[in-house]
Design a protein around this ligand. Structure first.
Ligand SMILES: *Cc1c(COP(=O)(O)O)cnc(C)c1O
Length: 393
């Protein structure tokens, strides 16, 4: 028998086990909702991105079922051949109105929206100026573009300015930030970055994955939140988190979007959404436009939960969003905190290197609009008990 050429991967996995960083996937065997059943245990769920509870909203469910009955379960092709259905165009039209931009293109995911956009608009002669904590899909897009990548320390406008000052005026520049940083829950400094983009002639891009449906009027995102309309050239959003389904979108000028239709590789080479996904997203936009009080409930729960953690003395960092990290030092400690919380009936995922820096391991919590105060208080009580046990408070 020949030796397994993949045996080196087993060695790597064993290293993870020794470091207490090996994770098996938690399996959800109920709906994705405020209290869910993972691995057979019913727990208060603080780990989903289902901010508004839309994964199970009756209007979205009905829209998906109706679209399946009308149009079937698959699109059968990529968008640029036979896979553009009227419902895909309708979703893009609705998103453009929602975002108040000329046009929108929808991708299969937020990941492909970022990677496909950045990689198609830049070449090796160009440069990206990128926040150190920007999402992996942005980093991959930058690498695929072969542009030079200049990383500035997290949210450090002065450092970004220094980078920009050293670049030739003639070089094409993309200045890029997350709207909400997914592991810390803080906001990108959009007003200051827009000023820099204008001063140095950069293309300005924001990835609003965790802001879509959460920040701005009716969940329009951080550009709306900061009143930066017209100053951000490229807005990426996701349809996979607060919107409750799956997908990513890019909003901007008509010609920019038309260019992506011609050049963004995930758009050209990967099959479009099933019609039910597009229908679900359209129904989600109806909910955001017609029932914005759902977003108020999200923020009410966010304030309650954060205040509870802070009052007990946990280190929650600089979060400004429904994402609240609870710092625990090194990776194995964060995993221990997460495991003990799970035993106490609370699911809050531990996050360690390489997702975050080695000494910044944490448990990440995300509340939703659909959690009751009782569920949140139950979770706070569990944090209090386990936090004392592990000497975090
Ligand atoms: C989740 C996330 C994405 C990817 O979105 P998907 O729709 O899940 O692929 C992109 N950027 C950021 C900042 C994210 O948090």
């Amino acid at each position: 028998m020949r030796a397994d050429p993949l045996a080196y991967l087993t060695t790597e996995l064993n290293t993870l086990r020794e470091q207490g960083l090996y994770r098996s996937l938690r399996v959800l065997d109920s709906r994705q909702q405020a209290t869910s059943r993972f691995d057979g245990r019913t727990v208060v769920n603080l780990s989903s991105n289902n901010y508004l509870g839309l994964t199970t909203h009756p209007k979205l469910v009905e829209a998906a079922i109706q679209a399946i009955r009308d149009f079937g379960v698959g699109s059968g092709s990529v968008r640029t051949i036979a896979g553009t259905m009227a419902i895909h165009m309708e979703l893009e039209r609705r998103l453009a109105v929602f975002k108040k931009t000329e046009a929108v293109v929808v991708f299969q995911s937020g990941f492909t929206a970022n990677a496909g956009t950045v990689s198609s608009i830049l070449t090796k002669d160009d440069v990206v100026i990128s926040d150190a904590l920007n999402h992996a899909s942005i980093i991959d897009g930058c690498r695929l573009s072969r542009a030079a990548i200049k990383v500035f320390p997290h949210k450090d406008l002065a450092a970004a300015r220094t980078v920009l000052q050293e670049l030739p005026a003639s070089q094409r520049k993309l200045l890029i930030t997350d709207g909400v940083f997914s592991m810390d829950g803080d906001l990108g400094p959009l007003p200051g970055l827009c000023d820099l983009a204008e001063e140095f002639g950069c293309i300005m891009m924001v990835d609003d994955a965790h802001a879509s449906g959460v920040f701005g009027a009716n969940g329009r995102g951080t550009v709306d939140h900061f009143k930066m309309h017209g100053r951000v050239d490229i807005q990426v959003g996701t349809l996979s988190k607060a919107v409750g389904a799956l997908g990513g979108y890019v909003a901007g000028t008509r010609d920019f979007i038309e260019f992506l239709y011609h050049r963004a590789r995930p758009f050209l080479f990967s099959t479009s959404h099933p019609p039910s996904v597009a229908a679900t997203c359209i129904a989600a936009l109806d909910v955001l436009e017609q029932e914005p009080d759902i977003i108020d409930r999200l923020w009410d729960n966010t304030r309650f939960f954060k205040a509870g953690l802070v009052a007990m003395g946990f280190d929650t960092g600089a979060s400004e969003s429904p994402i609240t990290p609870v710092f625990a030092g090194e990776g194995s400690r964060a995993m221990k905190l997460s495991d003990r919380l799970f035993e106490e009936g609370v699911f809050a995922q531990g996050i360690a290197f390489p997702t975050v820096a080695r000494d910044k391991a944490r448990v990440r919590t995300i509340v939703t609009a659909t959690h009751t105060k009782d569920e949140l208080q139950f979770a706070l009580d569990a944090f209090g008990k386990v936090g004392k046990e592990l000497g975090l408070i």
